[in-house]
Structures are given as structure tokens and as C-alpha cells.
Ligand binder design. Structure first.
Ligand code: SF4
Ligand code: SF4
Length: 116
């Protein structure tokens, strides 16, 4: 096939092909089940052992006692590298990966989160 004919074939082929790109941010992709997004704290399950703090390579998580057997989880998202070491190491499943991924912010203070 001549070069222009080949090119025309390619163009027509792409016109009827489903696009490989997505319309993000207008269409949000669904994250896979094991996606590591924003860390979620389930306060009722926490026993305050602080293993999560010890294993965090980025010093991004802090557990505070706020009452009798009540704990607060502080996370610095600007330090977190989403390695999920804290989630894997928690003996009570009190931490989980969420599918939340749109975490960019202009204000650094908003990247500090307290969960109780
Ligand atoms: S490892 Fe789990 S149970 Fe222990 S302090 Fe951290 S979140 Fe709480
Ligand atoms: S995901 Fe990794 S970096 Fe982020 S808080 Fe947990 S252990 Fe630390």
C-alpha cells in the first residue's frame, strides 16, 4: 500500500476506535481494591499501641491519647509516602487505605489531618 493510503487507513481506524485517554477530572476513574489512598483511622478499633508510629518511615503519623481508651490519629499528608506500612502493621485493623487520591492542596496546613 502507498504511504498516503496507509496513513488514511490508520486515521480511519482511529476515528472509530475507543479512546485510550480518559476525561479526568470530569470522569473520575474507579480505583482498584488495593489502592493506597488517604489513610483512614477507625478510632473504635485503636488500642494505642503506637506500632504504626514506629514503622512509619516518614514520621507522618502520630497517635495521641485523648481520653480513657480513646485515641486520635494525626497524619501529615505532606510527609506520607502512602507505603501502607502503618496499615499492614496495625494489630487491630484500625488503619485502612481509602481510595481517596485527590489530595493536592495549595495550603500546607490543610495537609495535616486529625481523625478521632
Ligand atoms: S497500630 Fe493500630 S492500634 Fe496501634 S496505635 Fe496505631 S492505629 Fe492504634
Ligand atoms: S502510609 Fe506509610 S508514610 Fe504514610 S503514615 Fe502510613 S507508614 Fe507513614
Amino acid at each position: 500500500m502507498s504511504a498516503p493510503g496507509k496513513m488514511l487507513g490508520e486515521i480511519l481506524g482511529h476515528v472509530f476506535k475507543k479512546a485510550d485517554t480518559t476525561l479526568y477530572p470530569f470522569e473520575k476513574p474507579e480505583m482498584p481494591a488495593n489502592f493506597r489512598g488517604r489513610i483512614k483511622f477507625i478510632a473504635e478499633k485503636c488500642i494505642g499501641c503506637k506500632i504504626c508510629m514506629k514503622v512509619c518511615p516518614a514520621y507522618a503519623i502520630d497517635i495521641k491519647t485523648i481520653g480513657e481508651k480513646k485515641y486520635q490519629c494525626d497524619i501529615w499528608l505532606d510527609r506520607c509516602i502512602f507505603c501502607a506500612q502503618c496499615v499492614e502493621s496495625c494489630p487491630k485493623d484500625a488503619l485502612d487505605n481509602s481510595s481517596e487520591y485527590e489530595l493536592a492542596a495549595l495550603d500546607k496546613k490543610s495537609l495535616f489531618t486529625e481523625q478521632k
